[in-house]
Design a protein around this ligand. Sequence first.
Ligand code: RUB
Length: 333
Amino acid sequence: ADPALHPDVEATAAAIAEMEIRGAVAIADAAAAALATQAEASDAETTDGLREELRAAARRLHDTRPTAVSLPNALRYVFKDLEATTAASGSRGADELRATVVDRAAEFRKSVAAAQSKLGRIGANRLRDGDTVMTHCHSTDALACVEGAIEDGKEIEAVVKETRPRKQGHITARQLREWNVPVTLIVDSAARRHLSRVDHVIVGADSIAADGSVINKVGTSGLAVVAREQGVPVMVAAATVKLHPETLTGHTVEIERRAESEVLADEERAAIVDADERGEVDEDFAVDNPAFDVTPPRFVDAIVTERGQFPPESVVTLMRELFGEDVAAPWTR
Ligand code: RUB
Protein backbone atom coordinates (compact mmCIF):
# COMPACT_ATOMS: atom_id res chain seq x y z
CA ALA A 1 0.00 0.00 0.00
CA ASP A 2 1.08 3.57 -0.65
CA PRO A 3 2.33 5.47 2.36
CA ALA A 4 -0.05 8.11 3.72
CA LEU A 5 -0.28 11.27 1.66
CA HIS A 6 -0.42 14.63 3.35
CA PRO A 7 -3.98 16.05 2.99
CA ASP A 8 -2.54 19.08 1.16
CA VAL A 9 -1.06 16.78 -1.48
CA GLU A 10 -4.41 15.11 -1.95
CA ALA A 11 -6.12 18.53 -2.10
CA THR A 12 -3.62 19.84 -4.64
CA ALA A 13 -4.01 16.74 -6.82
CA ALA A 14 -7.81 17.06 -6.70
CA ALA A 15 -7.62 20.78 -7.54
CA ILE A 16 -5.42 20.05 -10.57
CA ALA A 17 -7.72 17.27 -11.79
CA GLU A 18 -10.78 19.51 -11.36
CA MET A 19 -8.96 22.42 -13.02
CA GLU A 20 -9.29 24.75 -10.03
CA ILE A 21 -5.54 24.92 -10.49
CA ARG A 22 -4.94 25.03 -14.23
CA GLY A 23 -2.46 26.22 -16.83
CA ALA A 24 0.93 24.56 -17.18
CA VAL A 25 2.91 26.96 -14.99
CA ALA A 26 0.36 27.00 -12.16
CA ILE A 27 0.15 23.20 -12.17
CA ALA A 28 3.94 22.85 -11.93
CA ASP A 29 4.16 25.43 -9.16
CA ALA A 30 1.44 23.72 -7.13
CA ALA A 31 3.02 20.28 -7.58
CA ALA A 32 6.40 21.51 -6.31
CA ALA A 33 4.73 23.20 -3.33
CA ALA A 34 2.85 19.98 -2.52
CA LEU A 35 6.06 17.93 -2.54
CA ALA A 36 7.62 20.41 -0.13
CA THR A 37 4.62 20.09 2.17
CA GLN A 38 4.82 16.30 2.08
CA ALA A 39 8.51 16.46 3.05
CA GLU A 40 8.10 19.13 5.68
CA ALA A 41 5.18 17.46 7.46
CA SER A 42 6.57 13.93 7.24
CA ASP A 43 7.63 12.20 10.42
CA ALA A 44 9.56 9.53 8.51
CA GLU A 45 12.67 8.58 10.44
CA THR A 46 14.65 7.09 7.61
CA THR A 47 15.64 8.35 4.20
CA ASP A 48 14.04 5.28 2.63
CA GLY A 49 10.76 5.95 4.42
CA LEU A 50 10.76 9.58 3.38
CA ARG A 51 11.69 8.76 -0.22
CA GLU A 52 8.84 6.31 -0.41
CA GLU A 53 6.39 8.96 0.83
CA LEU A 54 7.72 11.46 -1.70
CA ARG A 55 7.43 8.99 -4.54
CA ALA A 56 3.81 8.25 -3.57
CA ALA A 57 3.05 11.98 -3.45
CA ALA A 58 4.71 12.49 -6.84
CA ARG A 59 2.73 9.63 -8.39
CA ARG A 60 -0.54 11.06 -7.08
CA LEU A 61 0.28 14.51 -8.48
CA HIS A 62 1.54 13.07 -11.75
CA ASP A 63 -1.62 11.05 -12.42
CA THR A 64 -3.95 14.06 -12.42
CA ARG A 65 -3.64 15.40 -15.98
CA PRO A 66 -1.39 13.99 -18.71
CA THR A 67 -0.57 16.77 -21.17
CA ALA A 68 1.33 19.60 -19.46
CA VAL A 69 4.93 18.37 -19.16
CA SER A 70 5.66 21.16 -16.69
CA LEU A 71 4.15 18.81 -14.08
CA PRO A 72 6.59 15.89 -14.51
CA ASN A 73 9.36 18.44 -15.09
CA ALA A 74 8.62 19.93 -11.66
CA LEU A 75 8.83 16.46 -10.11
CA ARG A 76 12.05 15.76 -12.06
CA TYR A 77 13.61 18.94 -10.74
CA VAL A 78 12.87 18.10 -7.11
CA PHE A 79 13.88 14.43 -7.46
CA LYS A 80 17.06 14.92 -9.50
CA ASP A 81 19.97 12.98 -7.96
CA LEU A 82 18.11 12.87 -4.68
CA GLU A 83 19.84 9.58 -3.82
CA ALA A 84 23.23 11.22 -3.97
CA THR A 85 22.33 14.16 -1.76
CA THR A 86 21.87 12.21 1.45
CA ALA A 87 25.01 10.61 2.73
CA ALA A 88 23.89 10.40 6.33
CA SER A 89 21.63 7.58 7.44
CA GLY A 90 18.87 7.30 10.01
CA SER A 91 16.98 10.33 11.22
CA ARG A 92 19.84 12.70 10.43
CA GLY A 93 19.67 11.56 6.83
CA ALA A 94 15.91 11.98 6.79
CA ASP A 95 16.26 15.53 8.10
CA GLU A 96 18.83 16.29 5.46
CA LEU A 97 16.61 14.88 2.72
CA ARG A 98 13.62 16.83 4.04
CA ALA A 99 15.60 20.07 3.88
CA THR A 100 16.87 19.30 0.37
CA VAL A 101 13.37 18.68 -0.96
CA VAL A 102 12.02 21.85 0.63
CA ASP A 103 14.93 23.88 -0.82
CA ARG A 104 14.63 22.32 -4.27
CA ALA A 105 10.89 22.97 -4.43
CA ALA A 106 11.41 26.61 -3.44
CA GLU A 107 14.23 26.95 -5.97
CA PHE A 108 12.05 25.46 -8.73
CA ARG A 109 9.14 27.79 -7.99
CA LYS A 110 11.46 30.78 -7.99
CA SER A 111 13.10 29.76 -11.26
CA VAL A 112 9.75 29.30 -13.01
CA ALA A 113 8.58 32.74 -11.91
CA ALA A 114 11.89 34.29 -12.99
CA ALA A 115 11.73 32.50 -16.37
CA GLN A 116 8.28 33.93 -16.98
CA SER A 117 9.29 37.52 -16.38
CA LYS A 118 12.41 37.07 -18.48
CA LEU A 119 10.55 35.59 -21.46
CA GLY A 120 7.96 38.34 -21.04
CA ARG A 121 10.67 40.93 -21.69
CA ILE A 122 11.80 39.02 -24.79
CA GLY A 123 8.30 38.48 -26.18
CA ALA A 124 7.55 42.16 -25.57
CA ASN A 125 10.27 43.09 -28.05
CA ARG A 126 8.29 41.39 -30.82
CA LEU A 127 5.31 43.69 -30.20
CA ARG A 128 5.13 47.24 -31.52
CA ASP A 129 3.27 50.24 -30.23
CA GLY A 130 -0.32 50.08 -31.49
CA ASP A 131 -0.33 46.31 -32.18
CA THR A 132 -3.39 44.13 -31.78
CA VAL A 133 -2.85 40.60 -30.47
CA MET A 134 -5.17 37.61 -30.62
CA THR A 135 -5.11 35.15 -27.70
CA HIS A 136 -6.44 31.64 -27.16
CA CYS A 137 -7.13 30.11 -23.73
CA HIS A 138 -5.35 31.64 -20.72
CA SER A 139 -1.57 31.48 -20.64
CA THR A 140 0.46 33.30 -18.02
CA ASP A 141 3.56 33.04 -20.24
CA ALA A 142 1.70 34.64 -23.17
CA LEU A 143 0.28 37.35 -20.93
CA ALA A 144 3.76 38.11 -19.57
CA CYS A 145 4.75 39.21 -23.10
CA VAL A 146 1.80 41.58 -23.32
CA GLU A 147 2.59 42.89 -19.83
CA GLY A 148 6.21 43.45 -20.88
CA ALA A 149 5.08 45.49 -23.89
CA ILE A 150 2.78 47.60 -21.73
CA GLU A 151 5.62 48.23 -19.28
CA ASP A 152 7.69 49.42 -22.24
CA GLY A 153 4.99 52.04 -22.83
CA LYS A 154 3.41 50.38 -25.89
CA GLU A 155 -0.33 50.57 -26.55
CA ILE A 156 -1.66 47.06 -27.15
CA GLU A 157 -5.17 45.90 -28.05
CA ALA A 158 -6.45 42.36 -27.76
CA VAL A 159 -8.93 40.10 -29.52
CA VAL A 160 -9.62 37.33 -27.02
CA LYS A 161 -11.06 33.96 -28.04
CA GLU A 162 -13.46 32.70 -25.38
CA THR A 163 -12.07 29.13 -25.66
CA ARG A 164 -14.85 26.58 -25.42
CA PRO A 165 -15.78 24.57 -23.55
CA ARG A 166 -14.16 25.92 -20.34
CA LYS A 167 -13.99 29.58 -21.39
CA GLN A 168 -10.50 30.28 -20.09
CA GLY A 169 -10.60 33.31 -22.44
CA HIS A 170 -12.64 35.07 -19.78
CA ILE A 171 -9.68 34.86 -17.39
CA THR A 172 -7.45 36.36 -20.08
CA ALA A 173 -9.96 39.13 -20.77
CA ARG A 174 -10.20 39.99 -17.06
CA GLN A 175 -6.42 40.16 -16.71
CA LEU A 176 -6.04 42.34 -19.80
CA ARG A 177 -8.76 44.70 -18.56
CA GLU A 178 -6.87 45.05 -15.27
CA TRP A 179 -3.95 46.29 -17.37
CA ASN A 180 -6.29 48.66 -19.23
CA VAL A 181 -5.87 46.82 -22.51
CA PRO A 182 -8.89 47.30 -24.81
CA VAL A 183 -10.42 43.82 -25.26
CA THR A 184 -12.79 42.38 -27.86
CA LEU A 185 -14.12 39.00 -26.74
CA ILE A 186 -15.14 36.67 -29.58
CA VAL A 187 -16.51 33.15 -29.96
CA ASP A 188 -13.88 30.74 -31.22
CA SER A 189 -15.46 30.39 -34.64
CA ALA A 190 -15.11 34.14 -35.26
CA ALA A 191 -11.30 34.02 -35.12
CA ARG A 192 -10.66 33.99 -38.87
CA ARG A 193 -13.02 36.89 -39.41
CA HIS A 194 -11.08 39.02 -36.92
CA LEU A 195 -7.56 38.08 -37.99
CA SER A 196 -7.42 40.76 -40.68
CA ARG A 197 -6.98 43.38 -37.98
CA VAL A 198 -4.57 41.34 -35.84
CA ASP A 199 -0.76 41.80 -35.83
CA HIS A 200 0.25 38.79 -33.71
CA VAL A 201 -1.30 35.60 -32.46
CA ILE A 202 0.13 34.91 -28.98
CA VAL A 203 -0.45 31.60 -27.25
CA GLY A 204 1.22 29.53 -24.55
CA ALA A 205 2.10 25.84 -24.50
CA ASP A 206 1.52 22.81 -22.31
CA SER A 207 4.30 20.85 -23.97
CA ILE A 208 6.75 21.37 -26.80
CA ALA A 209 8.00 18.29 -28.63
CA ALA A 210 11.51 17.69 -29.94
CA ASP A 211 10.42 18.40 -33.53
CA GLY A 212 9.09 21.82 -32.47
CA SER A 213 5.41 20.83 -32.40
CA VAL A 214 3.43 22.87 -29.91
CA ILE A 215 0.85 21.17 -27.72
CA ASN A 216 -1.62 23.70 -26.36
CA LYS A 217 -5.36 24.19 -25.72
CA VAL A 218 -7.49 22.60 -28.42
CA GLY A 219 -8.13 25.15 -31.16
CA THR A 220 -4.55 26.44 -31.20
CA SER A 221 -3.64 24.48 -34.35
CA GLY A 222 -6.65 25.72 -36.32
CA LEU A 223 -5.88 29.26 -35.26
CA ALA A 224 -2.24 28.89 -36.32
CA VAL A 225 -3.24 27.58 -39.74
CA VAL A 226 -5.63 30.46 -40.51
CA ALA A 227 -3.10 32.94 -39.11
CA ARG A 228 -0.55 31.61 -41.60
CA GLU A 229 -3.11 31.87 -44.38
CA GLN A 230 -3.50 35.57 -43.55
CA GLY A 231 0.17 36.24 -42.91
CA VAL A 232 -0.25 36.90 -39.19
CA PRO A 233 2.78 35.69 -37.20
CA VAL A 234 2.20 33.11 -34.47
CA MET A 235 4.26 33.46 -31.34
CA VAL A 236 4.34 30.75 -28.68
CA ALA A 237 5.39 31.98 -25.24
CA ALA A 238 6.72 29.03 -23.29
CA ALA A 239 9.35 28.78 -20.59
CA THR A 240 11.77 25.86 -20.97
CA VAL A 241 9.82 23.96 -18.30
CA LYS A 242 7.37 23.25 -21.17
CA LEU A 243 9.98 21.29 -23.16
CA HIS A 244 8.98 17.63 -23.21
CA PRO A 245 12.21 15.62 -22.72
CA GLU A 246 10.67 12.21 -23.44
CA THR A 247 9.92 13.28 -27.04
CA LEU A 248 13.71 13.14 -27.57
CA THR A 249 13.44 9.37 -27.37
CA GLY A 250 10.43 8.94 -29.62
CA HIS A 251 7.60 9.23 -27.12
CA THR A 252 4.52 11.19 -28.06
CA VAL A 253 2.61 13.62 -25.88
CA GLU A 254 -0.64 12.29 -24.49
CA ILE A 255 -3.63 14.48 -25.30
CA GLU A 256 -6.05 14.64 -22.40
CA ARG A 257 -9.70 13.84 -23.13
CA ARG A 258 -12.14 15.38 -20.71
CA ALA A 259 -15.70 14.60 -19.70
CA GLU A 260 -18.62 14.75 -22.13
CA SER A 261 -20.45 16.90 -19.57
CA GLU A 262 -18.12 19.83 -20.39
CA VAL A 263 -19.64 19.89 -23.87
CA LEU A 264 -23.19 18.70 -23.43
CA ALA A 265 -25.59 19.04 -20.48
CA ASP A 266 -27.89 16.10 -19.68
CA GLU A 267 -30.96 17.90 -21.03
CA GLU A 268 -29.11 18.89 -24.20
CA ARG A 269 -28.15 15.27 -24.73
CA ALA A 270 -31.75 14.22 -24.20
CA ALA A 271 -32.89 16.72 -26.84
CA ILE A 272 -30.62 15.08 -29.39
CA VAL A 273 -31.17 11.43 -28.57
CA ASP A 274 -34.29 10.17 -26.85
CA ALA A 275 -33.13 6.57 -26.76
CA ASP A 276 -32.33 6.58 -23.09
CA GLU A 277 -35.81 6.93 -21.66
CA ARG A 278 -35.11 3.53 -20.19
CA GLY A 279 -31.56 4.51 -19.31
CA GLU A 280 -30.21 3.00 -22.54
CA VAL A 281 -27.10 4.41 -24.08
CA ASP A 282 -27.29 5.34 -27.76
CA GLU A 283 -24.20 3.77 -29.22
CA ASP A 284 -24.46 5.78 -32.44
CA PHE A 285 -24.05 9.11 -30.72
CA ALA A 286 -20.78 10.25 -29.19
CA VAL A 287 -19.19 13.39 -27.85
CA ASP A 288 -15.43 13.79 -28.08
CA ASN A 289 -13.73 16.38 -25.91
CA PRO A 290 -9.95 16.55 -26.41
CA ALA A 291 -8.49 19.32 -24.24
CA PHE A 292 -5.40 19.97 -26.38
CA ASP A 293 -4.12 19.73 -29.93
CA VAL A 294 -0.82 19.69 -31.78
CA THR A 295 0.36 22.60 -33.91
CA PRO A 296 3.05 21.50 -36.39
CA PRO A 297 6.24 23.58 -36.28
CA ARG A 298 5.71 25.01 -39.78
CA PHE A 299 2.79 27.10 -38.48
CA VAL A 300 4.76 28.61 -35.63
CA ASP A 301 6.96 31.66 -36.23
CA ALA A 302 8.78 31.81 -32.91
CA ILE A 303 8.96 30.07 -29.58
CA VAL A 304 9.79 32.62 -26.92
CA THR A 305 11.57 31.19 -23.88
CA GLU A 306 13.57 32.70 -21.03
CA ARG A 307 16.67 31.68 -23.03
CA GLY A 308 15.70 33.78 -26.02
CA GLN A 309 13.44 33.22 -29.02
CA PHE A 310 13.85 30.18 -31.23
CA PRO A 311 12.47 28.94 -34.51
CA PRO A 312 10.49 25.83 -33.47
CA GLU A 313 12.82 23.49 -35.38
CA SER A 314 15.74 24.44 -33.14
CA VAL A 315 14.23 23.95 -29.68
CA VAL A 316 15.61 20.42 -29.81
CA THR A 317 19.09 21.85 -29.17
CA LEU A 318 17.86 23.58 -26.06
CA MET A 319 16.05 20.42 -24.98
CA ARG A 320 19.23 18.34 -25.25
CA GLU A 321 21.24 20.92 -23.37
CA LEU A 322 18.74 21.18 -20.51
CA PHE A 323 17.72 17.56 -20.11
CA GLY A 324 20.47 15.55 -21.80
CA GLU A 325 19.61 11.88 -21.90
CA ASP A 326 18.27 12.03 -18.38
CA VAL A 327 14.54 11.77 -18.86
CA ALA A 328 13.98 9.23 -16.11
CA ALA A 329 10.95 9.44 -13.84
CA PRO A 330 12.66 8.81 -10.49
CA TRP A 331 9.38 8.82 -8.57
CA THR A 332 8.26 5.62 -10.33
CA ARG A 333 11.22 3.57 -9.08
C1 RUB B 1 -4.22 25.73 -20.38
C2 RUB B 1 -3.47 26.02 -21.64
C3 RUB B 1 -2.44 27.13 -21.58
C4 RUB B 1 -1.07 26.52 -21.25
C5 RUB B 1 -0.04 27.59 -20.97
O1 RUB B 1 -5.08 24.61 -20.50
O2 RUB B 1 -3.62 25.37 -22.65
O3 RUB B 1 -2.35 27.77 -22.82
O4 RUB B 1 -1.18 25.69 -20.11
O5 RUB B 1 -0.38 28.33 -19.80
P1 RUB B 1 -6.01 24.22 -19.23
P2 RUB B 1 0.78 28.99 -18.89
O6 RUB B 1 -6.86 25.40 -18.93
O7 RUB B 1 -6.78 23.04 -19.72
O8 RUB B 1 -5.08 23.87 -18.10
O9 RUB B 1 1.52 29.91 -19.80
O10 RUB B 1 0.06 29.72 -17.79
O11 RUB B 1 1.64 27.87 -18.41
